[in-house]
Structure formats: C-alpha cells, structure tokens
Design a protein around this ligand. Structure first.
Ligand code: ASP
Length: 328
C-alpha cells in the first residue's frame, strides 16, 4: 500500500500565479491542480491536500505558525508524513518553531517551497515538491527543510540566498540527507534527544527587540512593551562594551529580569562569551550566550518560553539545553 502524505499549503512563491512581475498569490491550489502539474507525485505517495493558509510568508504571524502546529498534530494520525508548502522568506523561522513543537510527533514534517513558481519554466518547485513528498514517505521523524539538493534540520536552518536554488543551509550541522541521483539519508537524521519542556506552545511572545550592531550604533533602550532582547553580535559574541548606552541597556534589562540573548551575525560558528574580554563583560552584565543557535531558533525559543509564562531563568536554562537537535 502506498504511503500517505498530507500536503499542507500555506502559500509562498511555489503556488504563485504566472502573471509577470510582481508575482502574486493565486487562488489556493487543489490536489487535482498540483497532480496535473506534477503528475509523478502520484507515483510517490497517496496525497491529501489541506489549504491552511495562502500567504506570502513575509506576512506570517505567530498565531499562524502555532495554528499549523496544532493542525499537523491533529491530522498526522492518518498519515505517514507531512509536507508543508511554505514561502522561503520566513520558512526557517516556521521550521524552528515547528521543530520545537513537533519534536515528539514521530513523523517527518518536510517544509518546502521554491524560488520560482511551479507554473514557470525552469522552476525548482517541481523537484523540491517531489523530493519533499519522497522524504515524507520515508518516515524519518524530523522537522526539516527540503530545498535544492538537501534536507536540513529545521531548528538549525537559515535562508542564505535570494536567488540560488540551493537557498538554505544549516551552517553548523551537516545536512540530514543529500538528494542527488540517490537519496542518501544520514544516520543523524531523526537521531536526537527530545528535551522540549512541557507546557510550551500555547502562545509565543513576539514583543522581542532585535539589535544588529554596527560601529557607532546608538543603543536605544527597548520600549515599554518589550519582553526580551536578541543581539546579533559580531563574531564570537563581541560588542562595544565601553559604550555607556550599551551598558545602560544591559543594566536596564537585568533590573527588569528581561532576557538578553546574544547570537552571532556570522552564520558559521557561534557565540562564546569567554573568547574575548568584551564578550565576558556582556556576560557579567547578565547576557545569555546563544551559542550556535541561529537567530530564528533563538527567537523561537525565547518567544516560546516567555509565551508559556517563563521568566529570565527559564530562558537561560533553555539556551543550555538542545530541545530538538539544535546545535548549542
Ligand atoms: N516572498 C515569498 C514568500 O516567502 C518568497 C518565496 O516563497 O520564495 O512567500
């Protein structure tokens, strides 16, 4: 009997209409239309389609992503795997949130999309879709992004190219699978400890301020509504710690028990606040090292902990534990 795969459509370039520039969202797809355009999918699995959303992923909000998590959990019982068709712009963030929330699902959740719409010539949509459905039918319990020649763990992924068909990478983790002449799934796929705290996932705090420093930047204090801060520091976590406004910002957050997480602006490698004196100074003022977390995984983790009612110490603890195979 053929494997059953649930296709969940959320929008993005893959399903957009060939109306010239700018490309725009077309009315939601149907299985019949997808099978008409990619008939070989029927050879790979038995498909069912749910149009959950039809959005450019730049308009994704936390409620949409939490809703997708609920939908997948409710409907996954009848399927061997799930494929989520998603725009590329925020796919890595959705993959991070779902990677945490669905770590215990026990089934593949394969996110995919494309750089060119399915209806265009030379589109990457067709091969991405076929590869994603093939992976979903292989039953490896991972939430990952299938794009170009690779399947990548979602909680470690980032979009690194606007135009290359190989748009995503997990800079600090080898791919889960290579998709060439053969599909080679690596042994670490599905093999990670699940340590997501209970009670996570009802809500996600999005009142987070993100700072991307450059020499001379003014460190303005976060607004009243802000509940957490992410700083994308230089290199291994360096910041201009002699700046009084940065010191004031860190002290302000510490006095309000507001988490300040530091990730690196560099995709390869991560933060080690013990490497340089400047990093050490930030640590001494209460900053939390984001280590190898991508900014997406860091924002997802902080948002989920705060959304579940957790505080500063819960966020600190969360960054010391790999919840779902994200590199630390
Ligand atoms: N703006 C599109 C989206 O993220 C880009 C894409 O899908 O490639 O929905």
């Amino acid at each position: 009997m053929a494997e059953r795969v649930l296709l969940v459509h959320t929008g993005g370039t893959l399903g957009m209409a060939p109306t010239g520039t700018p490309v725009s969202l077309s009315p939601g797809p149907s299985v019949a239309r997808i099978l008409e355009q990619v008939p070989e999918l029927a050879e790979v699995a038995e498909l069912q389609l749910t149009v959950a959303l039809n959005r450019d992923s730049a308009t994704m909000e936390p409620e949409h992503i939490l809703g997708l998590s609920r939908l997948i959990r409710e409907q996954s019982g009848d399927f061997d795997g799930i494929v989520l068709i998603h725009g590329t712009d925020t796919m890595a963030f959705t993959a991070s949130v779902l990677g945490f929330l669905l770590a215990d699902l026990g089934k593949p959740v394969v996110l995919t999309g494309s750089q060119r719409p399915l209806a265009y010539v030379r589109s990457d949509a067709r091969s991405n879709l076929v590869d994603a459905v093939t992976l979903a039918a292989r039953k490896v319990p991972e939430v990952g992004i299938c794009f170009g020649d690779h399947w990548l763990r979602g909680v470690a992924a980032d979009k690194l190219s606007v135009h290359r068909y190989e748009a995503f990478e997990t800079p600090n983790l080898p791919p889960l699978a290579e998709l060439g002449l053969h599909i080679q799934i690596h042994p670490h796929a599905g093999a990670f400890e699940r340590q997501v705290p209970t009670g996570i996932g009802q809500a996600m705090e999005a009142a987070l301020a993100v700072y991307a420093p450059f020499p001379g930047m003014n460190w303005t204090l976060p607004g009243e509504r802000i509940k957490g801060v992410l700083i994308q520091a230089y290199g291994a976590g360096n910041l201009p710690m002699e700046r009084p406004d940065l010191q004031a910002l860190l002290d302000h957050c510490r006095s309000r028990e507001m988490p300040v997480v530091i990730t690196s602006f560099c995709p390869w490698g991560g933060v080690d606040l013990a490497t340089y004196e400047l990093g050490r100074m930030a640590f001494d003022r209460g900053a939390i090292s984001g280590g190898l977390h991508t900014r997406w995984a860091a924002l997802a983790k902080m948002g989920l902990v705060l959304g579940a009612g957790g505080g500063l110490e819960d966020v600190r603890r969360a960054f010391n534990v790999s919840w779902a195979g994200e590199p630390l």
